[in-house]
Design a protein around this ligand. Structure first.
Ligand SMILES: [Zn+2]
Length: 100
């Protein structure tokens, strides 16, 4: 069975696409939708059941320490912002301490 080529553009601009869910509940989000939603590999998504439909929303990454959303990098699978990384670095090496 193939679902390729079943995507279609509707009048309201949404892209319809049929996909099957495997036995473990996994599903491939169509590339076109991922592109439109800005979902790169590793992106976090939130699932909600709304009016009989499952709604998937991109979760905006935030620094685990301060909650900031700018200058994020990943450390051990967690998002941390550059200012916090700098703070940690400074704390671990007082010799190079810089006043922000
Ligand atoms: Zn931070």
């Amino acid at each position: 069975m193939t679902t390729a080529g079943m995507a279609s553009d509707h009048a309201n601009g949404s892209v319809g696409s049929v996909r099957s869910i495997d036995e473990n509940g996994r599903i491939v989000v169509p590339a076109e939708l991922r592109k439109r939603a800005g979902l790169d590999a590793g992106a976090l998504v939130d699932f909600r059941f709304v009016d009989g439909s499952i709604v998937m929303t991109k979760v905006r990454a935030a620094c685990v320490l301060c909650g900031g959303t700018e200058q994020l990098t990943q450390r051990h699978g967690k998002d941390v912002c550059s200012p916090c990384l700098q703070e940690i670095r400074d704390g671990h090496d007082p010799v190079d301490r810089q006043i922000p």
